[in-house]
Design a protein around this ligand. Structure first.
Ligand SMILES: Nc1ncnc2c1ncn2[C@@H]1O[C@H](COP(=O)(O)OP(=O)(O)OP(=O)(O)O)[C@@H](O)[C@H]1O
Ligand SMILES: [Mg+2]
Length: 486
């Protein structure tokens, strides 16, 4: 068993088929031979018994008269039968005998009946009219029976040999049917392991269990492939997130330190007390600007943290968009003036009303405007428009600045994403403004999108908000129904 277990599959199949065939044939052969042997013995016994009874009957007169010659003639009648070795007639002692040329003569006294030393001995008493005149004993040889058994054994061996050849041929064919699909499966598994390529598939050779195994194996491979690609994608995402986190930390430190350096510089100069009145005003204005800058960075961080934790809230009332936009423009004015950039507002005469939080919408407009100014060259123009289109308020901020590449455009509203995140970047900021903008606009039931024809071809940021439904009477809007989803 141990030897077979370690054989290659193909040889195992042949070996098992051969062993099973040989065992079945040997068993059948031995059984047949034993049956034959017993039948031959029984036949010989019956034949010998009837021969001895006939002799006893025929030799009755010779025995009664103790006529040895006559008795001898009767016993000689067995000479034609090959299986009888000897026949002996006993009266007081051995009266007459016949024995084959190569067989022993009769013993002087009546031998015992039964099978002994390759012979069968049977006897019958010679009775006539109630008187026993003697006994006839016949000795039959078992040699012809053994010869017949030997021929049978030879025949069984012949059949065994022939069956072995047939079993070998059949099992070799069977080997192709069973072993080859399994071996091909094993080869596929080996190739997958060696190349680490989970796109390789096993070939299904049949619809049996091996075929089902190939199918399950392929399904398992598909699953592994899917998991692998998910894992790869997840890993890439994690690596990117980690890199972005590192970049963000560097940017944040930079954004927090720059205003501090400037303030510290002015404070040192103020302490020395050697600044002129105009210089003191300049120092205070710079400190004021930097404090506000830092406060705005911190506010953005707090807003993002509130958005992430779901605690970002807003008020709701009907508001007019034009004044909100004008306030945002006021806030961005110093930066725009510093870059000699003009901001033009085109708004309809009638108030455009939306439902929402004026402070948050001002934050939205301020972010879009400050981006437009920041990413435009000096002496540029930023066009702002407010209009009503198909029941929606649409606000556009269009600049003629650096523009956005097609690759970066889909990520422009992602948190912490900046087109230039290098340490030597030209523009400040944390990459949070637009993510806050999108969150606020979506909280107002609106949407925001960006368009750009590419690098150095300017950008347009547009947003649309549902108009507030206002019931009018002669004195203006009195009843308001908020249609913005929250
Ligand atoms: N008007 C624009 N023109 C060109 N690129 C822009 C414009 N607005 C935004 N971007 C690109 O989108 C990125 C993300 O903008 P976002 O306002 O979220 O961040 P930021 O301005 O870099 O920093 P923050 O707003 O946090 O100070 C910018 O870094 C820039 O690459
Ligand atoms: Mg910004």
């Amino acid at each position: 068993m141990y030897l077979i277990r370690n054989l290659p599959l193909q040889r195992k199949i042949v070996a098992v088929a051969m062993i099973v065939t040989a065992a079945a044939l040997v068993l059948a052969g031995v059984t047949l031979i034993l049956i034959d042997f017993n039948r031959a013995r029984a036949d010989l016994l019956e034949e010998t018994n009837s021969a001895v009874r006939i002799l006893a009957y025929n030799a009755a007169a010779a025995a009664a008269f103790k006529d040895a010659e006559d008795a001898r003639a009767i016993l000689d009648s067995l000479a034609n039968e090959q299986s009888f070795a000897a026949a002996c007639l006993y009266t007081d002692g051995l009266l007459a005998e016949y024995h084959g040329p190569e067989h022993e003569p009769c013993p002087p006294f009546l031998p015992e009946n039964g099978f002994t030393n390759g012979y069968l001995i049977a006897s019958s008493s010679i009775d006539q009219n109630g008187t026993q005149y003697g006994t006839v004993s016949v000795r039959a040889t078992l040699a012809p029976m053994y010869a017949q058994i030997r021929a049978r054994i030879a025949m069984v061996f012949g059949i065994l040999l022939l069956a072995g050849v047939i079993a070998y041929a059949l099992s070799s064919r069977l080997k192709e049917l069973i072993a080859e699909p399994v071996l091909s499966l094993a080869a596929t598994a080996g190739a997958i392991t060696a190349k680490e390529d989970y796109s390789i598939r096993a070939i299904k050779h049949s619809n049996d269990e091996v075929g089902q195994l190939s199918e399950s194996f392929n399904q398992m491979l598909s699953l592994i492939e899917k998991r692998n690609s998910e894992l790869k994608q997840r890993t890439e995402e994690l690596v990117l997130a980690n890199r972005m986190k590192d970049e963000f930390l560097a940017t944040l430190s930079h954004e927090l330190r720059t205003p501090l350096n400037s303030m510290l510089g002015w404070i040192v100069l103020l302490r020395e007390g050697r600044l002129t009145g105009a210089q003191v005003d300049k120092a205070l204005a710079s400190i004021d600007r930097n404090v506000r800058l830092q406060a705005s960075v911190i506010n953005d961080l707090l807003d993002v943290s509130r958005i992430i934790s779901g605690k970002f809230t807003m008020e709701s009332s009907v508001i007019e968009l034009q004044p909100v936009m004008e306030r945002s423009m006021e806030v961005v004015k110093p930066a725009a003036q510093a870059r000699q950039t003009a901001i033009h507002l085109h708004a309809p005469h009638d108030a455009v009303l939306v439902s929402g939080d004026s402070f948050r919408l001002q934050q939205v407009f301020w972010n879009l405007l400050s981006n437009a100014v920041k990413f435009s060259p000096e002496k540029s123009v930023v066009e702002v428009s407010i209009e009503e289109v198909a029941g929606q308020a649409v606000v556009r901020v269009k600049d003629k600045g650096v523009g956005i590449t097609a690759e970066f455009l889909p990520h422009v509203f992602d948190r912490f994403r900046q087109a230039d995140s290098s340490s030597t970047r030209e523009y400040g900021g944390l990459g949070l403004g637009l993510s806050i903008v999108r969150h606020i606009v979506e909280m107002h039931g609106g949407k925001v999108w960006a368009e750009s024809d590419g690098i150095q071809r300017g950008s347009t940021f547009s947003l649309q908000l549902p108009l507030a439904e206002v019931r009018q009477d002669s004195e203006g809007p009195v009843g308001l129904r908020d249609t913005a989803r929250r």
